[in-house]
Design a protein around this ligand. Structure first.
Ligand SMILES: Cc1ncc(COP(=O)(O)O)c(C=O)c1O
Length: 437
């Protein structure tokens, strides 16, 4: 079987010549300029190989949905169609189901957000909220400030609207306020104005770090002072291992923050239900943009989530997910400490899915990947998380999907690949690849 970049089964050579005689895109000169920057992300391109059973994939960030009581969820969905099928299978409004929006306000209250259901817009995962926000705010060349490194899907959406992405450094406590001030000043000095700051404050994807409580007010103050909108993307906030959920940025600024949430990590990624909580003017634009994109979101998915929240012990389920991911995080950190060669360093996530692994000087994660795949382990090179393709000295390891034994085996294989790479570097010097950091 041949798999293409998107993990689909592709046709054989013979079939191809019969059904698709030309391999070169005949429309290549006709796409809109914005489509030129639309390329498969590093992660997407990897899914096909990483899905092979012999490979331990520390690459894609899939949640472990098999931990859900699938029989109970199946029963619930059967009842939903039997009792509310005529609504669940019908169109609805672009803003989304009112009952679900009410329940979403209960979910956000866990992070001390007080919100009214009218302020919530349902989206197809938080990914669509990112797309819609970029669509309503960004003209080509407009600046978006983002953490360095940042979520690959957000970078993809920003590139699709030809944004000028400016990275702002982080440390183990998340986004650095002074660096944010500098980036704002540099942007202004270049005669531009940043349209928004995009941040993942909790258990960040890909770095695994969390914005320290003491920094949250400072970040908000800086943004308020210059009128910079904050987009707070928070898929992992309820998946902390060591403490109660942190207070959301949105809890302290209803006018200056658009908050994005999703059920992908706390319930099921496949239902594709997320949301944006936005000040009224932005909310109205988001609804119009959603209408033109999809008319309305899936009523079936929305009612499934509403039913789940209304009838199932969802907070208990989140606790179970936390325990499961904590065990996998522990397995990852233990294996890294035991096996990684000198010169490697990594973050210690207090929640979420990701560890950010720094490689020894002169080792490039992108150049090393084919060797890792041959050794049956996959990761995502750091380059996928920078708009300018830097980050080659890092790899993202995701521990959410493999069980602890597989994680340990994966880290063992990766450590051995890195050791070989060090040997090559010492024998022949660093590879002639783009900058390693
Ligand atoms: C930081 C971040 N934002 C947004 C998303 C998109 O999630 P979804 O569209 O499934 O809600 C993800 C998924 O991994 C993510 O890590």
């Amino acid at each position: 079987m041949i798999l293409d970049d998107f993990g689909r089964e592709s046709v054989t050579g013979e079939q191809q010549s019969a059904s698709q005689p030309q391999r070169i895109d005949r429309y290549v000169g006709q796409y809109a300029e914005r489509a030129v920057d639309m390329v498969a992300s590093e992660i997407r391109a990897l899914f096909a190989v990483a899905a092979r059973p012999e490979i331990v994939s520390l690459a894609g960030g899939s949640p472990y949905v098999a931990a859900l009581p699938l029989d109970v969820v199946g029963e619930m969905i059967g009842q939903l169609i039997a009792n509310h099928g005529a609504t669940a299978l019908q169109y609805c409004t672009a803003q989304g189901d009112a009952g679900l929006r009410e329940r979403i306000c209960d979910v956000m209250a866990l992070e001390q957000i007080r919100a009214h259901p009218d302020e919530v817009v349902i989206t197809v995962g938080s990914q669509q909220a990112l797309d819609l926000l970029t669509r309503i705010f960004i003209d080509p060349g407009d600046v978006i400030l983002v953490e360095a490194p940042s979520y690959v899907g957000a970078l993809g959406a920003f590139a699709a609207y030809q944004a000028n992405v400016v990275h702002v450094p982080m440390d183990d406590d998340g986004l650095i306020p002074e660096a944010l001030e500098e980036a704002i000043a540099r942007t202004a000095a270049a005669g531009k104005r940043a349209k928004f700051l995009y941040t993942v404050p909790n258990f960040q994807n890909p770095a695994g770090v969390t914005l320290a409580a003491g920094r949250r007010h400072r970040i908000l103050d800086i943004c308020r002072r210059v009128g910079l909108l904050v987009v707070e993307d928070n898929p992992y906030g309820l998946l902390g291992f060591e403490s109660e959920p942190m207070r959301a940025l949105r809890a302290d600024d209803a006018e200056g923050v658009v908050y994005l949430g999703t059920f992908s990590k706390t319930f099921a990624a496949g239902v594709r239900v997320g949301w944006a909580l936005a000040p009224p003017a932005i909310r109205d634009k988001l609804i119009l943009a959603a209408e033109s994109a999809v008319l309305c979101h899936s009523s079936f998915s929305q009612l499934t989530v509403r039913e789940y929240l209304n009838t199932q012990p969802w907070q208990e389920q989140i606790k179970d997910f936390r325990e499961l991911y904590r065990e996998r995080r522990d397995a990852t950190l233990t294996a890294l400490s035991a096996m990684m060669p000198p010169g490697c360093h990594w973050t210690r996530p207090a929640g979420g899915f990701y560890v950010w692994l720094g490689l020894p000087e002169g080792i490039n994660a992108k150049a090393m990947l084919p060797r890792a795949i041959s050794s049956r382990v996959a990761y995502v090179p750091g380059t996928g998380f920078y708009a300018d393709g830097s980050g080659g000295g890092f790899a993202r390891l995701c521990y959410s999907f493999p069980d602890p034994d597989r994680i340990t085996e994966g880290v063992r294989r990766l450590a051995s690949v890195i050791e070989n790479e060090i040997q090559l570097r010492d024998d022949f010097g660093p590879p002639r690849t783009p900058a390693t950091r």
